[in-house]
Ligand binder design. Structure first.
Ligand code: IPD
Length: 268
């Protein structure tokens, strides 16, 4: 049976708001609980407790749905909807008392994200979309900026936590920076994509993201008129995610592909 997308979005919004409120209340005085892939890849107590509360809320309404979360990993289930959850996307910003972080929740059916909510409580922004229904911020329709030529584009990006990968990302950036208007590194991939969706940047690219970073926000950017994908016609993926209005997507794609922006091996 086809799932009611509006109902899935409503559940994503409720869970994101509940988690986001708790995280916002606890932001002052938060500390590092643990590290993950490197000493700079941190996790706070709030990442874990917010993810647990989101899982509980989803399962309270839809027991049996599988959930993929940044902190708890993949929890299997027989349900028809897979939930993709990042409890705090932008954990380093969260730790430093900055506002650019968000709770991200996507609902996927048949391998396709059909509803997504990104809630950035410290900025007062709730971004939402259902497949085919447009994109919204706080209930108001949003749309990506019209495409500009690459040399006039404000391009957002981000970096992984691994030093070797960062060295390669710096090489790519060295080639990109002279070709564009300017670069932004916001610190939260989901907020970066949602900012693009409301015209606050022209394009975005990043290597090494996980599905919980982009699941909800890629749908929001797409519904706002951006093309979101990988290299050579691939769907958005961890090797490289590019988002921009279609004409600019093509230009950025053609700049990034020969630079080896999708690999950790330096271009020869
Ligand atoms: C990170 C943020 C950051 C991006 C990293 C992500 P996290 O997510 O989205 O902007 O550059 O690649 O890992 O770790 O804060 O959930």
């Amino acid at each position: 049976p086809s799932e009611d997308r509006a109902a899935l979005l409503a559940l994503a919004v409720e869970a994101a708001q509940e988690g986001g409120r708790a995280a916002a209340e606890g932001q002052a005085g938060i500390g590092v609980l643990d590290t993950k892939s490197s000493p700079t890849d941190v996790v706070t107590e709030m990442d874990r407790s917010v993810e647990a509360s989101i899982r509980k809320r989803i399962h309270g309404i839809r027991p049996g749905d599988p959930v993929l979360g940044e902190e708890g990993g993949a929890e299997p289930g027989q349900g028809a909807v897979r939930w993709i959850v990042d409890p705090i996307d932008g954990t380093v910003n969260y730790l430093y008392g900055r506002a650019e972080w968000a709770v991200s929740i996507a609902a996927e059916t048949g391998g396709e994200v059909v509803a997504g909510a990104v809630y950035a409580p410290a900025r007062g922004d709730l971004y939402t979309a259902v497949l085919g229904g447009g994109a919204f911020c706080n209930g108001e329709p949003i749309s990506a900026a019209p495409a500009v030529p690459l040399e006039l584009a404000l391009v957002a990006t981000g970096f992984g936590y691994d030093a070797g990968r960062r060295a390669q990302q710096a090489e790519v950036l060295r080639a990109v920076l002279p070709r564009i208007r300017d670069i932004r590194r916001g610190g939260s991939a989901s907020v970066d994509l949602c900012e693009l969706a409301r015209g606050r940047s022209d394009a975005y690219y990043e290597r090494g993201l996980n599905q919980w970073d982009w699941g909800a926000a890629a749908l929001i950017a797409q519904e706002a008129g951006a093309r979101v994908g990988g290299l050579h016609g691939a769907p958005p993926n961890s090797e490289l995610l590019i988002a921009a209005p279609p004409e600019l997507f093509a230009q950025l794609h053609d700049l990034l592909a020969p630079l080896g922006a999708d690999t950790d091996v330096p271009a020869a």
